[in-house]
Structures are given as C-alpha cells and as structure tokens.
Design a binder for this molecule. Structure first.
Ligand SMILES: Cc1cc2nc3c(=O)[nH]c(=O)nc-3n(C[C@H](O)[C@H](O)[C@H](O)COP(=O)(O)O)c2cc1C
Length: 156
C-alpha cells in the first residue's frame, strides 16, 4: 500500500516482529517509537503498569517521520494494563493534528486480554480507527497470519 507508515512500541520484541510482518505486507518498513523509560526488571514492569493504568504520556525517542505524505498510519503495541502503552500516547499527542483525516490502524499483542475494549478506549481518547486487530502470544502461526491478513484488508 503506497504512502503507509508503520510505527511500533515494544518492550520484549513481540510488537516489533508483528510490525515488521505488517510492514512487509504493506510494502514499507516498521519504525520504532523508542520508550525512554527504563522498563527492565520487576520495577520496570511495575512502572510500566502504573504508567499505563494512570494513562501517562512518557518520554520517547520520536522516529521523526514526515507524516504529511502518508495516507495510512499503522500503530503496533503490546497491551499494558488492558490499555494503550504510554510511549504510543506521547507519539499520538505529538502528532494528533497530522493524523486527522488519514486511515489509521491499531494492532495489538497481549497475553490474554480481550481486545475490544482497547479499540473503544483508543477511539474515545484519540480518534476513529479504520482498522483494528490483535493477536495473543499463544496464537499459532496460522491464526496470527490470518489476523495480519484481515487487518491489512480492512485498511483499504
Ligand atoms: C506492564 C505490563 C502490563 C501488561 N498488561 C497486560 C494485560 O493487561 N493483558 C495482557 O493480556 N497482557 C498484558 N501484558 C503482556 C504483554 O502485552 C505481552 O507480553 C506482549 O506480548 C508484550 O509485547 P512486547 O514483546 O512487544 O513488549 C502486560 C505486559 C506488561 C509489561
């Protein structure tokens, strides 16, 4: 798909793998929104949960993409505390006006949460999504691939 941007946030690499798969299906590359907060170890995990559940926007390294030419933007994130990850929130707040009017997709990975409420929470806080998808870590390859395909189809 021409003029498509894929960005992702990850802590342990699952969202990176997904973003790279989606990006290759969309004929583009996946760009990291770098989480500048230390999320390592038990304290890092607890801090991540706290920041997510209190809907913080935390410091990031912005990939600095020119969004003006993009018609479609895909965001990939793990689910933290049943919600949006704080680094994605920071990026969205910084680029909200540039994102208006574009086709937007959100794809999530998690251990076992229901993903429907994430879509609703995202749309309430930010803007309407054209496409939404998600997988669980334990889903087999066929299930994951089907979810990627359905997501890419619903973007167009
Ligand atoms: C702070 C924190 C909170 C999490 N909360 C949830 C949750 O509410 N539901 C869930 O299914 N998984 C939850 N997870 C698990 C991650 O979503 C899951 O391991 C994901 O695959 C990690 O992706 P990553 O490798 O890109 O970081 C949480 C992980 C972290 C670090």
């Amino acid at each position: 798909m021409p003029n498509t941007v894929v960005v992702y946030v990850t802590r342990t690499g699952n969202a990176r793998r997904i973003a790279e798969d989606l990006a290759s299906r969309l004929d583009t590359v996946a760009l990291l929104i770098e989480d500048k907060v230390n999320r390592n170890g038990l304290w890092g995990y607890l801090r991540a949960g706290y920041h997510a559940s209190t809907r913080k926007a935390t410091p990031i390294g912005d990939p600095g993409i020119d969004l003006s030419g993009a018609d479609t933007v895909v965001m990939v994130q793990p689910i933290w505390a049943s919600g949006i990850v704080p680094p994605l929130r920071t990026w969205l707040k910084a680029h909200e006006s540039e994102l208006r009017g574009k086709r937007l997709g959100l794809f999530t990975v998690c251990k076992g949460s229901e993903t429907g409420p994430i879509r609703a929470a995202f749309e309430k806080e930010f803007m309407k999504l054209t496409a939404f998808g998600g997988i669980k870590e334990r889903d087999d390859e066929r299930t994951q691939s089907a979810a990627f395909g359905a997501f890419v189809n619903s973007l167009s």
